[in-house]
Design a protein around this ligand. Structure first.
Ligand code: NAP
Length: 289
């Protein structure tokens, strides 16, 4: 059980976590913190949080669980504001989509990392943002990756794990570097490709006509391009090395595809498409089972 849960950044990710934990009766009180009073009032009206403050210091005081759910670029200033104000036994976790950068920001800020610090990342989300978009079922059956550090106390890791399990998630642990490489390939690259695909079409003279005639394939492939640009700007910068490696890999595949089409090598094209189709079908079946 959590006595006082503080959510810094009551948007899609933080708001959804607060909703499910309140619904389960897993915390006595939820305190929300953010910059905009209107957003926080809305969160309170929706029953996502019990009370709010714009002060990080006030928000973390007396909290036994602090979840930092702001964009990656704002993590460091949030950590900085809580230095010296955390309860001795407080657990601090985050939801940032790139772990190396969050850990580096925490090291710069705290110096000696608190034993309660347990970095994390829920592999769940939508292309929407803000508390209005949050919903209690977001984490049901989804994965949450924790990247505990040598400094993280086992009890803090266990408490963070238990919180996400209450939210319906399966919790895995891995090293931050492994997380960042994996997510660069499976999440960050597809997102950046969606933006690039739309930008490629916008750049064409006849783009309006193209968009007009686009069908469901275009809609499905570019769904992610409706996501929050600030969040993705921060992720692209925070996970730069791994993302550049993923883009290089992808560029090689596209270059190969181009060459195969240019050669008119139908056998090779079919083999390559079959491989991709089989892998995609297997992936979907594995998710269902
Ligand atoms: P969101 O819906 O836009 O929520 C972000 C929240 O942070 C807002 O409530 C915002 O409220 C607050 N905020 C922004 N800057 C702040 C600052 N400087 N200080 C305090 N609060 C601030 O975004 P989200 O989708 O929940 O993403 C939050 C985090 O989750 C990001 O780090 C992202 O990498 C990670 N994540 C996202 C997804 C996804 O699919 N969306 C999935 C997994 C992880 P105010 O504007 O009122 O301050």
């Amino acid at each position: 059980m959590i006595k006082r849960l503080t959510i810094i950044g009551v948007g899609l990710i933080g708001g959804s976590l607060a909703r499910i934990l309140k619904q389960k009766g897993y915390c006595h009180e939820v305190v929300g913190c953010g910059r905009d009073v209107a957003h926080l009032k809305k969160a309170q009206e929706l029953g996502v949080i019990d009370r709010f403050t714009q002060s990080v210091v006030e928000a973390v005081s007396g909290a036994d669980m602090v979840v930092v759910a702001v964009p990656l670029g704002a993590m460091e200033s949030c950590f900085s504001a809580m230095v010296g104000h955390l309860a001795a036994d407080a657990v601090i976790t985050d939801v940032g989509s790139a772990k190396g950068a969050v850990i580096a920001a925490a090291r710069r800020t705290f110096g000696q990392l608190p034993a309660g610090f347990v970095p994390g990342h829920p592999i769940a989300g939508t292309e929407k943002s803000g508390v209005d978009a949050s919903f209690a079922e977001l984490y049901q059956g989804r994965r949450v990756i924790l990247t505990p550090l040598a400094e993280s106390a086992p009890e803090a890791v266990a408490k963070t794990r238990a919180m996400w399990e209450q939210a319906g998630a399966h919790v895995d642990e891995m090293a931050a570097a492994e997380h960042d490489e994996t997510l660069a390939a499976t999440s960050h690259l597809p997102q950046l490709l969606a933006y690039s695909l739309v930008n490629t079409l916008i750049n064409r003279d006849e783009s309006e006509a193209i968009f007009h005639s686009a069908g469901s394939g275009f809609r499905d492939t570019t769904r992610l391009a409706a996501s929050d640009p600030v969040m993705w700007r921060d992720i692209a910068l925070a996970n730069k090395t791994a993302i550049l490696a993923a883009i290089d890999d992808y560029s090689k595949t596209v270059a190969q595809l181009r060459e195969t089409i240019q050669k008119g090598d139908g056998t090779m094209l079919e083999r390559s498409f079959n491989r991709a189709r089989d892998a995609r079908i297997k992936f979907m079946n594995d998710i269902k089972n």
